[in-house]
Design a protein around this ligand. Sequence first.
Ligand SMILES: *Cc1c(COP(=O)(O)O)cnc(C)c1O
Length: 436
Amino acid sequence: MNQAEVNKWVEKHPLIEKIIERQEVLWMNPLIEPAVIGLEKSGVSAADVQDASDRLQRFASYIQRVFPETKASNGIIESPITAIPKMKEALGNKYKTNIPGEILLKQDNALPISGSIKARGGIYEVLKHAETLAIEHGLITTEDDYGKFAEPEFKKLFSEHKIAVGSTGNLGLSIGIMSAKLGFNVTVHMSADAKQWKKDLLREKGVIVVEYADDYSKAVEEGRRQADADPTCHFVDDENSLDLFLGYAVAGERLAAQLKARGTVVDADNPLFVYLPCGVGGGPGGVAYGLKLAFGDHAHCFFAEPTHSPCMVLGMMTGLHDSISVQDFGLDNKTAADGLAVGVASGFVGKTMEPLLAGSYTIADQTMFDLLKLLTDSEGIKLEPSALAGMTGPVNLIRGNVEKANLPGATHIVWGTGGSMVPEEEMNLYYATGKK
Ligand SMILES: *Cc1c(COP(=O)(O)O)cnc(C)c1O
């Protein structure tokens, strides 16, 4: 895109000027539709999500067999929701904003196996691929006990197959750990910003890690190219995968059950606002989709992106989705928020979510660090920086006079997307970067 085109977009959407200046902005999606219509238009269905949910249920006996930390949840990979009243008070003080509703933290940082939201979609896609191969080779039927996946003939089959993925880090961890456990040959193509400890951890588990001097899009492109040339290789395509999306979407029914169990009502007077850190879009898009299925018009979903990498909001505002990059608008795509350093959004997710997403906002890296410190100090919960991107959501909506956000019956869910795998020294550095 040239400067004249950029100027044209700024004229059409003055908010883009602020985005170019890397200000923190709130955008309300003018194309949102009533949930029934939005879901109808999306091209994804409730039956697809149910199928994913059933598949994860079938694999539960295998998961608890090979990952003993999932025994307590019977092999279901799920995270707790936690009320954070002290953080709510601290946020109110910091931003001098009264937040009448309740704030809950969805603790995907505590998801078993890989400690981030990627344990939803990433693990699901690998399991689905393993199931497809095992059925094709007559090793299993959907009626069998999937604990059998741990047996040697399965490992032998999978050792003849490859899985590859391009990642800034966390998706690589999920795909790498799960694929290696099943016995696949797995390669993770990692962007320059991926952390050393993630590469080390994966190599320890027998994963091949290929490093690139470029950003995420380049790692994905190169991974896809190599995988395409090899018929035994399944490429997990973070930019276009329906399976990843469906794995994430199962979170909707799970959250609905958790809210019901704690007596949290969701209806017109008690709306649900959910704030989801967004990179390429699959994680937050899938989760938001599942929430719209579960709660319809009572769920208001917002994406949160770094001020240096607002690819999804630019893609959705312009309707140009994956045909533009943040670099087109003079932004550098440099952020300390792992998983969010994405310059080109998923076109599939942007288009799917166009009639369903309430809006989006941006957040500066320093704000994420400040909130990381504030959450540690107030609640004793440690998240990685990107997982704090959701935390300014309630403040942004209330300050922006978003309808219903200031209702006392509103529930605000900040999706805490990761953190438990971060080494302690690394976490201490994050904490030290936060200011009072
Ligand atoms: C990947 C990731 C996200 C965003 O998910 P996308 O599917 O890339 O949009 C958010 N937070 C963390 C910690 C992540 O690893």
